[in-house]
Every structure is written in structure tokens, then in C-alpha cells.
Ligand binder design. Structure first.
Ligand SMILES: C[S@@+](CC[C@H](N)C(=O)[O-])C[C@H]1O[C@@H](n2cnc3c(N)ncnc32)[C@H](O)[C@@H]1O
Length: 234
């Protein structure tokens, strides 16, 4: 309750501070607050792209959990917010056809360099996927949802691109984690290094998924140093 109120106040402050904002990196002005938030996030991840391959080791528990939640029915997989394509490559190595999508141009450039031709990578926004309706057996979304200004639009997009009975595997940091609480307190600093973010609880994600039309939803904890949960939804 109190956490929700604090998050809401911080969100409102962010909105006010960044209306008509000037980007510290490229000095361009951003008329829409949403565009500006996405710009901040993608430039932050452009910088992260140089070292993101280390996540292969640090985030191993997250990738392993996601792999374990897919089976042989999931031959085509869309990896939304794919970063440098670590998960996409692991999925392709299992013989699946994979498309990776990310907002950061530098992340996508690195993904293309490191993953060879077995995966297709696209620079695109999770809230408006350039993907045909009903074209994937599974969508994977790993620690990326918290960056989306309109997560309900993104979740509706996940549902749209899945074939009937297709599966969403979503892994997210829990807003109730101590790490997230600390990050919220040092808000300006985290925005510079990790983009704009609005972490959620598993109940909030569940409610988003229900509104998007997912009916079978299961949630489980992920063993990771930040409190993290995995959601499987169909
Ligand atoms: C914490 S990284 C996770 C990367 C990858 N899923 C992994 O686990 O290795 C979050 C990723 O989400 C991407 N992202 C943020 N907002 C996005 C959006 N609106 N559409 C697509 N990708 C987005 C970022 O560029 C970044 O690569």
C-alpha cells in the first residue's frame, strides 16, 4: 500500500521533470514524455551493451528458469527485450526458430554480431511489435517489462503475436525486493545508468496478464540475489 503510494508519487515527479526534456547524451528535445522515457532507457542500454555479455554468468539462473519453462511444442519463440541475444542464442541452440526484439540499437547490433545467422534480430518497441498476429508458439520477456511506460500495451502485444494456446514466459524483479527499494530511493542515478523503470509485484503482473486475455497463469519464485519471479501464461 505504502510502496504503491511512493511509486505513484515518484512516477508523477518523473513525468513533471521530464516534460519537454533535454537529453544529456544527444542534446535533443523530447516532446512526449513517453518517447523521452524510452529514449532514456535505450541510451542507457546502448551503454550497457558493451558489458551485457557478462549477464551470461550473472543472470544464469534467469536464463535457466526460462529454458525450463518451454517445451518441444514451442518451436518458434519471440524474445522481447532480448538485449545482446543471450537467451535468443540459447533457444536457437535447442533447435528453435527465434526472433529477438529490442529498443536499443547497440544491443541489437551486438546481438547480430554474436549470434550468427540462426536468429533474426529487430530493433523495435515491445509496445508496438512489427510481428504478424498469431505467428509465435512462445514469447519470452526477461527482466524488461519494468522499462515499458505502458506495460498493458506490451502485454497485449505479447498476446496478439502468440498463436492460440501459445505460451508467455515472463521473468521480472519484484518491486518488494530490498534492491529495488534502494534503486527507487536513488531514482535519478538509476535512471541514468539503467533507464526509466517501474518494477511490479507478481500480483500486478498477473492482473496485467488477465486484462490482456491470458487465462492460465502460474507464478513461481526464481532463485536470484534480487527477489525475482517467473510467470507462465497461456
Ligand atoms: C535488463 S535488460 C535484459 C536483456 C535480456 N532480456 C537478457 O535477459 O539478457 C532489459 C532490456 O530491455 C530492453 N528494453 C527496454 N525497453 C524496451 C522496449 N520498450 N521495447 C523493447 N525492448 C526494451 C532494453 O533495451 C534492454 O536490452
Amino acid at each position: 500500500m505504502l510502496g504503491g503510494l511512493i511509486a505513484q508519487t515518484q512516477r508523477r515527479r518523473t513525468v513533471l521533470r521530464y516534460q519537454q526534456a533535454l537529453c544529456p547524451s544527444c542534446r535533443s528535445r523530447w516532446p512526449s514524455n513517453t518517447d523521452w522515457q524510452k529514449h532514456l532507457t535505450s541510451t542507457a542500454y546502448d551503454r550497457w551493451s558493451r558489458v551485457w555479455s557478462l549477464a551470461r554468468y550473472t543472470n544464469r539462473a534467469i536464463y535457466r528458469t526460462a529454458l525450463a519453462l518451454l517445451d518441444e511444442r514451442h518451436r518458434t519463440v519471440l524474445d522481447v527485450g532480448c538485449g545482446t541475444g543471450l537467451m535468443s542464442s540459447m533457444l536457437a541452440a535447442q533447435g528453435r526458430r527465434v526472433v529477438g526484439v529490442d529498443l536499443s540499437a547497440a544491443m541489437i547490433a551486438r546481438a547480430k554480431r554474436h549470434s550468427g545467422s540462426s536468429v533474426t534480430f529487430l530493433e523495435a518497441d515491445a509496445e508496438s511489435l512489427p510481428i504478424a498476429t498469431g505467428s509465435f508458439d512462445a514469447v519470452v520477456n526477461l527482466i524488461s517489462l519494468h522499462h515499458y511506460p505502458d506495460p498493458s500495451r506490451a502485454v497485449a502485444e505479447f498476446r496478439r503475436v502468440l498463436r492460440p494456446g501459445g505460451r508467455l514466459v515472463l521473468i521480472a524483479f519484484d518491486r518488494n525486493s530490498h534492491y529495488i527499494a534502494l534503486a527507487q530511493r536513488t531514482n535519478r542515478w538509476t535512471k541514468r545508468i539503467a533507464g526509466v523503470s517501474w518494477q511490479k509485484t507478481s500480483a500486478e503482473v498477473q492482473s496485467l496478464l488477465k486484462s490482456a486475455g491470458f487465462t492460465r497463469i502460474a507464478i513461481r519464485p526464481v532463485r536470484y540475489w534480487i527477489k525475482t519471479f517467473a510467470v507462465v501464461a497461456e
